[in-house]
Design a protein around this ligand. Structure first.
Ligand code: PLP
Length: 354
């Protein structure tokens, strides 16, 4: 078993931090001074290293490139008003990472490497966690297959890595959404519930088509009837209809179990909403809209937290929303941010101190 004491640590000779203005940094563009890397070989994890962020040398035959055994996570670290660093619900991402690993026939990453490795890495680069409101440090753990033969089979070798990227406010302006009826993101029996790299590659064509039609993103529907709503791009989706908040359930394995989704469900209940996790037919969404009961539609995810939807188009039926007067989504975003930045009591134990 690997213990944190066995981590091999090499410090960067100089920090790049002074070269970068941490205000209004674009998402995912800059990386901190260090990264974590571990190898899976001969049936065990070894060589856990924290070292300077640097390029990797790989063979052209690298299995991940050819057959796509590649998974990832997205987590954020914040600083409270006293400058103390916290990570938001990392244990949930750890659990989900190994669920993705199992589905992709990859070895589980031990908690000691994922959690303790992340803790040590973030601690080492904690000067990179921006202090300003709406800023955070994005944590990207990932694993990919490393065999260097192009036969189709699960690899014998894998790499697990963590890189860190400081991010500014993710200004997501309210979105115009196209209800997708031709392309699908996930199918029952498929890999929709795994955070697999290929899910992203597979979704890009439909997203580009929606953009060509003048929309920002698609609202995915189910693979068989193209009727049941799934996710909005790479975010989970919520509909506020009357005093009920509805989001698709996780039963069929086509929905990514978002940590933000789970947090939003908890906050909605605290705010007095009925929350229903269930199949939701787009026809019922339209009926609610016609009855004047469809109040808000929004996406949830780690990158943007909450993204408001100002227009939803299904076939020729266009639903427009006056997002400036919404009550619920902005309130949830406010509460979630207050918890993250240490300005509201964290009654659920979501913030993990470094
Ligand atoms: C990552 C992701 C989400 C959001 O999950 P969070 O844990 O809230 O960041 C939603 N849908 C898909 C497809 C995703 O990949």
């Amino acid at each position: 078993m690997i213990a944190a004491a066995d981590f091999n640590i090499t410090k960067a000779e100089r920090s790049k931090l002074n070269d970068i203005n941490l205000e209004n940094i674009p998402f995912g563009k800059y990386f901190t001074d260090h990264m974590l890397e571990a190898d899976y070989e001969d049936g065990e994890w070894k060589n856990v290293e924290i070292k300077p962020y640097q390029p990797m040398l790989v063979q052209p035959s690298l299995a991940a490139i050819h057959y796509g055994q590649s998974i990832f996570e997205g987590i954020k670290a914040y600083k409270n008003p006293n400058g103390e660093p916290f990570i938001f619900r990392p244990q949930d991402n750890f659990r989900r990472f190994n669920i993705s690993a199992e589905r992709m026939q990859m070895p589980p990453v031990p908690e000691e490497i994922f959690m303790e490795g992340m803790r040590q890495l973030v601690k080492m680069d904690s000067a990179w966690i921006p202090g300003q409101e709406d800023h955070s440090l994005y944590i990207r753990p990932f694993m990919f297959s490393c065999d260097e033969t192009i036969g189709v089979k699960p690899s014998d070798k894998y790499k697990f890595m963590i890189i860190l990227s400081p991010t500014g406010p993710y200004y997501s302006t309210p979105m115009r959404i196209y209800v997708e009826e031709e392309f699908v993101r996930a199918v029952p029996g498929g890999v929709g519930y795994a955070k697999a790299a290929g899910n992203y590659g597979a979704s890009m064509f439909a997203t580009a088509e929606a953009k060509r039609k003048g929309y920002d993103q698609v609202l995915w529907t189910d693979a068989f009837e193209h009727k049941y709503v799934q996710e909005c791009g790479t975010m989970n989706v919520f509909f506020i209809i009357g005093n009920t908040a509805i989001t698709p359930d996780l039963e069929q394995g086509t929905i990514l179990a978002g940590v933000t989704r789970d947090s939003v469900i908890t906050l909605l209940k605290e705010m007095g909403f009925n929350v229903e996790e269930r199949a939701l037919n787009i026809d019922d969404v339209i009926d609610a809209h016609k009855a004047g009961l469809l109040y808000e539609v929004f996406g949830t995810g780690t990158a943007a937290t909450i993204s408001l939807i100002k227009e939803l188009r299904y076939k020729d039926y266009v639903m427009e929303f006056d997002v400036a007067n919404w009550q619920t989504a902005p309130e949830i975003k406010k509460r979630l941010n207050e918890i993250r930045y240490g300005k509201r009591e964290d009654t659920h134990g979501w913030m993990v101190k470094l």
